[in-house]
Design a protein around this ligand. Structure first.
Ligand code: HEC
Ligand code: HEC
Ligand SMILES: [Cu+2]
Length: 405
């Protein structure tokens, strides 16, 4: 048996019914034999007690061996169930569960946070559970999962919802007056609905107004923000990109600018991007001018697809402790503020001489990787070097700092 091929419900139920079944057989069997002996060895029938045999090897061996086998089989079944509960399937969707007095937060890998546990049915869900204050316990009776949420520690559990539906989720550890309020639901939906839900939440939660516009006008249905090819070309890196378009049957190469974008939206068939079907509807008269300008401006800023890394950068400067020495609001701290850093003129001591330079990406990167290489004038050389940051992390931080204008 491959323990991860079955779900937690099946694993727990199998053991439960097995032990329950044996208990019933025992109860009925022992009671029946007791009643039978009551009748059979009644004193009226046997006024004189007879001496019983002192020793019977077969009998003793039987009542030792059979119960041993039964008890070991219970253990074996229980062990199988336990391994199923603890071996999280590899393809599982990771969800972070945070309990606090008196609510739950479920955080998805892309940062979306919800107070209900929304999941795709049929897929394994892996939970990393923790608590911000006291002991709580994550409990979903329908899936037979129950795991304590312990402050300062991460416990793990997993389950799989067999079909779409709404299932109750409780806190099963008494945690104060609001304990009974720690009830919410697991909302299992089809994989497709789930993807849609997650995408929608992602836009609502992180993206600005512009992304909401793109969602509202249905552009997102045909264009991705993350570089992947969809019905139409991705919006990522759109502005300034060279594209080959077919104009009145002739191929030509254009560089995407505001005018081109506006035209693409209002008269999509005028310049058809090569390799794509002419399916984009015209938005002429359907998008008010100000929304159109907002969309074009959004592309011009070139922020498409960057939201994620920026949010990451924001989390990173928190995690790595940068904010202990750098402010993001313009105020001076141990080090210079991150606000307005990008493009700012800085005076640094570099290799024994004083230089004034504009803080570009290169400079910011260098300052993080090798802080001692150039020391900002007026500040002590106390910044530790962060040579262990990965390239992605560094990029996320730089992107974030660039946004703090
Ligand atoms: C039904 C699918 C569909 C919808 C909805 C849609 N588009 Fe398109 N879009 C396409 C396709 C396919 C192309 C490529 C062929 C073409 O140029 O028309 C395209 C091309 C574009 C281009 C040119 C891209 C490039 O790489 O040069 C832009 C800009 C664009 N769309 C913006 C939008 C905006 C903004 C919206 C929403 C207001 C939108 N689209 C809605 C399918 C769609
Ligand atoms: C112990 C305090 C401390 C920590 C922690 C720290 N820094 Fe610094 N940082 C400084 C000081 C002081 C300076 C100015 C002196 C210098 O150039 O080294 C500085 C300079 C910088 C500069 C150049 C700023 C400018 O105005 O030119 C950047 C960029 C920077 N830090 C980024 C970071 C990042 C990103 C992190 C976290 C990964 C971080 N720092 C963590 C103290 C710190
Ligand atoms: Cu609780």
């Amino acid at each position: 048996m491959n323990p991860s091929a079955i779900s937690t419900t099946e694993a727990v139920d199998a053991v439960f019914y097995y032990i329950f079944g044996i208990s019933i057989v025992m109860l009925v069997g022992v009671t029946a034999i007791m009643l039978w002996f009551l009748v059979k060895y009644n004193r009226k029938r046997h006024p004189q007690p007879k001496p019983s045999p002192r020793y019977n090897l077969i009998l003793e061996a039987t009542w030792t061996i059979i119960p041993t086998i039964i008890v070991l089989s219970m253990f074996w079944y229980g062990w199988q169930g336990y391994t199923t509960l603890t071996n999280v399937p590899k393809d599982a969707l990771e969800v972070q569960v945070t309990a606090r007095m008196w609510s739950w937060t479920f955080t998805y890998p892309n940062g979306v946070a919800e107070d209900r546990l929304v999941i795709p049915a049929g897929r394994a869900i892996s939970l990393s559970i923790t608590s911000e204050d006291v002991l709580h316990s994550f409990y979903v009776p329908a899936f037979r999962v129950k795991r304590d949420a312990v402050p300062g520690m991460t416990t793990r559990a997993w389950f799989r919802a067999p079909e779409p539906g709404s299932y109750d989720l409780f806190c099963a550890e008494y945690c104060g007056v609001g304990h009974s309020a720690m009830i919410t639901t697991v909302e299992a939906m089809s994989e497709k609905d789930f993807e849609e839900w997650l995408r929608h939440e992602t836009l609502e939660g992180e993206g600005g107004e512009s992304e909401k516009l793109l969602a509202r006008y249905g552009c997102i249905g045909c264009h991705s923000l993350d570089g992947s090819k969809s019905v139409g070309p991705t919006f990522q890196g759109l502005f300034g990109r060279e594209v080959t378009v077919v104009t009145e049957g002739k191929e030509r190469t254009v560089t995407v600018d505001a005018e081109y974008i506006e035209k693409s939206i209002l008269q999509p068939q005028a310049d058809l991007v090569k390799g794509y079907p002419p399916v984009m509807p015209s938005f002429e008269g359907r998008i008010p001018q100000e929304d159109l300008e907002e969309i074009v401006e959004y592309f011009r800023r070139g922020e498409v697809g960057m939201e994620k890394t920026e949010t990451e950068g924001k989390n990173l400067v928190q995690e790595k402790g940068c904010l202990g020495c750098h402010s993001t609001d313009g105020s001076k701290s141990v080090g210079p503020t991150f606000q307005g850093l990008f493009g700012r003129e800085v005076t640094v001591e570099k290799g024994g001489e004083t230089q004034t330079l504009a803080a570009d990406e290169e400079y910011i990167r260098e300052s993080i990787r090798q802080p001692k290489a150039a020391i900002v004038r007026g500040f002590p050389p106390v910044m530790p070097d962060f040579a262990d940051l990965t390239e992605e992390e560094l990029e996320a931080i730089v992107n974030y700092i660039k946004e703090l204008r």
